[in-house]
Write a protein that binds this ligand. Structure first.
Ligand code: MFK
Ligand code: FAD
Length: 496
């Protein structure tokens, strides 16, 4: 029999991940750590099953059927198996509910679940992130009616009552510059607000609710005149007729995720708060979804390295397994080192978010979180593409072949840098955070992280980097164009 190569096997994503295990053992009190174990174990099992299922079946995409046989508009979307399992997995393992528990560790415990579930979920985590963001923004708005109406669904532990929320911001005229939003909010004679317009990317089109930016009629131009509205998409079992799905997008990656172009023709809507400053009101949502993005980007890196490491023990070249070839081993070690830095940054943001929300953070940590969130998102988004690309090369030609399941890792990774604010937009957002006391907060945090570490070289390199950043910001404080042109370089340096 001619030679046949063994396929890579996925090591258990939870029990085999020493980084995650060490973080949780270190960060959580023993009782909470023990209570978390069963959910993480089950999510790891599910991830392994989903990888084997994906390797053994033909890949499917969601299908939109707009009309039934008799000419009625139905806009029915058939979803892939992982999506059909999404509500049950989420509620059974408290993926969202965990993040809103009354504990400073809630977000860390949530994001450990997200990290394990993400790849298996086939980007069901995208609407989950938006649902989590919507819950956070609605809570921050203090709108009691909406809190009581929506949060029990968003954070439900029962699939029968669980709702997904979308985030309707991007329009044809601009996704970064949402101040150009063309969707209009108009009030009926009876006081009911209704939305009219077109949203160009809607990734939770199968969801039951959404937060949408719209311009109250007559309120003027620009971002400050926008308001943030809550909408529901269903009327019982049927999608509301005022929400029309124009088509599903044909995308480079995230192909199981049904991202739609939609238009709104009078969809009923409720403002979260004042009828202005909608961007300010949606910011808590953005910061939560950006944290999800960082964790999911790190999960993609973990998956790519997990498989590449296994394959290096199975594949031989020039007389020995790849893992024994010094240069291949060094390549894997470099990937692991970069991944570990990204993992530490993303989970630092997760834990910090929990402490800030719970009110147990140190005084400088709110500013630190404000700065680290865009840095973690932009850094991990770029690194995921780089690491998935390098990991694919570790498989040689097999890495380029679709039914190995490997090319999908790279295609999917490209999205992390685009949605939820591109790398440039987040670099500019980090300038916003640095305009406050972000840099001072980072300085204090670095001092804390280095405590007990006797690597004088690292401490001095970090001090020099922060001093140089402060000088550069001071020097160009009055030259906005220079600041913006250098913002990406600065953001990468700080993230690194
Ligand atoms: C699987 C992985 C999970 C990920 C799921 C992802 C699903 C994908 C869904 C999407 O992609 S949804 C669309 C996401 N869209 C964006 O992220 C928009 C990107 N553009 C920006 O972020 C722009 O910077 C921004 C829209 C915010 C600019 O708008 P403006 O109107 O020019 O903002 P401006 O005037 O700078 O800020 C308005 C207010 O918001 C200010 O506060 P004040 O009114 O009090 O002065 C800002 O400080 C505040 N603000 C802006 N960004 C903030 C923020 N506050 C806190 N945190 C932030 N990040
Ligand atoms: P533009 O804003 O036109 O940006 C084009 C380029 O210009 C980018 O490289 C950007 O970095 C650069 N740029 C823009 N402004 C500046 C500046 N001031 N300085 C320097 N560079 C700048 N949106 C939603 O609202 N809801 C969703 O559910 C959703 N789902 C998505 C799903 C997928 C798969 C994808 C790919 C996108 C989704 N989006 C969604 C849209 C996404 O958030 C936007 O595509 C993104 O924010 C960028 O906006 P844009 O496409 O209009 O690009």
């Amino acid at each position: 029999m001619a030679f046949l190569q063994d396929a890579p096997q996925l090591a258990h994503p939870y029990r085999g991940d020493r980084l995650l295990l060490a973080l949780l053992d270190r960060a959580l009190p023993a009782e909470r750590r023990a209570a978390l174990d069963a959910d993480l174990d089950a999510l790891g099992d599910y991830a392994q099953m989903a990888w084997q299922r994906a390797c053994a079946t033909t890949r499917r995409k969601p299908v939109l059927t707009q009309w039934d046989a008799w000419g009625r508009r139905v806009d029915r979307i058939e979803l892939t198996p992982a999506w059909q399992e999404g509500a049950a997995m989420t509620t059974q393992h408290a993926v969202l509910a965990a993040g809103h528990a009354d504990s400073e560790h809630a977000r860390l415990e949530e994001f450990a679940r997200v990290y394990l579930y993400h790849l298996a979920s086939e980007f069901y985590t995208c609407p989950l992130a938006m649902t989590d963001g919507a819950a956070t923004a609605i809570r921050a708005s203090g709108n009691r009616g909406l809190i009581e109406r929506a949060l029990p669904h968003f954070l439900s532990r029962d699939p029968a009552t669980f709702w997904l929320s979308g985030q309707w911001m991007t329009e044809n005229v601009g996704g970064s510059d949402v101040g150009n939003t063309e969707t209009i909010a108009r009030q009926d004679a009876d006081g009911q607000w209704r939305l009219y317009g077109r949203k160009w990317f809607s990734s939770a089109v199968v969801g039951e609710a959404a937060l949408a930016l719209a311009r109250p009629e007559g309120s003027g131009h620009g971002g400050a005149a926008l308001a943030l509205f809550y909408v529901e998409t269903m009327d019982g079992e049927r999608r509301r007729p005022e929400l029309v799905i124009d088509r599903l997008k044909d995308k480079l990656g995230t192909q199981e995720l049904p991202t739609a172009e939609i238009h709104l023709d009078g969809l009923p809507a409720w403002p979260l708060g004042e009828l202005a400053h909608g961007v300010r009101q949606v910011a808590p949502m953005l910061n939560v979804t950006r944290s999800w993005n960082a964790i999911c980007a790190v999960a993609s890196m973990a998956r790519a390295i997990n498989l590449a490491r296994d394959f290096a023990g199975r594949r031989r070249a020039f007389g020995r397994p790849l893992v024994e070839q010094p240069l291949h081993a060094q390549t894997l070690a470099d990937l692991q080192a970069q991944f570990e830095g990204a993992f530490a940054l993303a989970f630092e943001v997760a834990h910090l978010l929990g402490r800030v929300e719970h009110g147990t953070a140190a005084p400088h940590e709110a500013a630190l979180l404000r700065l680290l969130t865009p840095l973690a998102k932009l850094w991990t988004g770029k690194l995921a593409v780089q690491i998935c690309s390098e990991a694919i090369e570790c498989f040689g030609g097999a890495g380029y072949i679709e039914d190995t399941g490997l090319p999908q890792l790279l295609r999917d990774a490209q999205v992390y840098a685009i949605w939820e604010g591109t790398t440039n937009v987040l670099s500019l957002d980090s300038l916003r955070a640095l305009a406050g006391d972000g840099l001072g907060a980072l300085r204090m945090a670095c001092a804390g992280w280095l405590e007990g570490n006797d690597d004088m070289h690292a401490a001095s390199a970090i001090r020099q980097t922060l001093d140089a950043a402060a000088r550069w910001l001071d020097q160009h404080a009055a030259a906005r164009d220079t600041l913006e042109a250098g913002a990406r370089g600065l953001a990468f340096t700080l993230a690194r």
